[in-house]
Write a protein that binds this ligand. Structure first.
Ligand SMILES: C[S@@+](CC[C@H](N)C(=O)[O-])C[C@H]1O[C@@H](n2cnc3c(N)ncnc32)[C@H](O)[C@@H]1O
Length: 247
């Protein structure tokens, strides 16, 4: 666990309280705010037994300058990324179909934050990326992810090709996403069983070795003139198609 830091905003604080109340050390709630979401949060705080201080708007604004704190802040031990072994332990103990999202060298923190947010919403088991030449869990990523970075397991691996092989040995079907002639339409593929969806980098897409280690390639049918979707948008489309099939 890292040094505790203040997180703020209703969704962010609520997500941590719900999934990891043990990580929340103390809270601040703005007094006099008539907001049903804050009342619901207060109940969560009380259930979790976390010390909560009521403070003025002025004090909140002073402490969390320039931040849209929405009247709530929590001092938390932040999540840390997992290594390969932690992922394999998780997978070996997981019952039910696995849904993994693999990012092949996605570097933009806004994209990673948006991907984590969608991944949480779609019930992804873990988001996996490369340790080098990829965005990690920075303050920008945590802010854009509005709490999802604290609750979705984030795995950093040294060798993505080896990771994909390990997933295949665990009977996880590895699906690369790419606009390629050999790819199948996303909407014609069965996404209900154990799968890992692999997304490429913003500029260059999937690396050759990553592509070669995929069991299958899929594309998202598009109309119009642009060549491709933003990677976080493409990840959202693929994840929610998987979720649709699983519901
Ligand atoms: C901005 S795109 C990369 C474009 C890059 N020029 C290429 O050749 O792939 C980033 C990633 O989003 C995903 N993506 C974007 N549009 C897609 C589509 N229509 N079908 C499948 N994947 C797509 C792919 O994983 C791609 O690698």
């Amino acid at each position: 666990m890292s040094k505790p830091e203040w997180l703020y905003g209703i969704h962010t604080v609520s997500a941590v309280l719900k999934k990891h109340p043990d990580r929340v050390l103390e809270m601040k709630l703005q007094e006099g705010r008539d907001d049903v979401r804050l009342e619901a949060l207060l109940k969560q705080v009380q259930r979790a037994g976390v010390t909560c201080q009521r403070v003025s708007k002025k004090a909140m604004d002073h402490q969390f300058q320039d931040a849209n704190h929405q009247g709530v802040a929590a001092r938390c031990r932040l999540s840390q990324s997992w290594d390969e072994d932690q992922l394999y332990t998780y997978l070996d103990n997981k019952s039910g179909p696995v849904l993994l999202l693999v990012l092949d060298s996605v570097t933009d923190p806004h994209n990673l934050g948006a991907v984590l947010r969608s991944a949480d919403a779609a019930g992804v088991d873990a988001v996996i990326t490369t340790r080098d030449k990829s965005a990690g869990l920075s303050p920008v990523v945590r802010r854009v992810a509005v709490g999802a970075a604290e609750v979705v397991p984030f795995v950093q691996v040294t060798n993505l090709a080896r990771l994909l092989k390990e997933l295949q040995e665990r009977r996880i079907w590895v699906i690369g996403t790419e606009l390629d002639e050999t790819a199948s339409s996303l909407y014609s593929v069965d996404l209900k069983d154990n799968i890992a969806l692999v997304m490429g980098a913003e500029g260059s897409g999937l690396r050759r070795l990553t592509r070669e280690n995929c069991d299958q390639l899929v594309f998202i049918p598009m109309q119009g003139d642009v060549q491709s979707l933003n990677v976080s948008v493409a990840a959202g489309v693929c994840l929610f198609e998987a979720l649709r099939q699983r519901l």
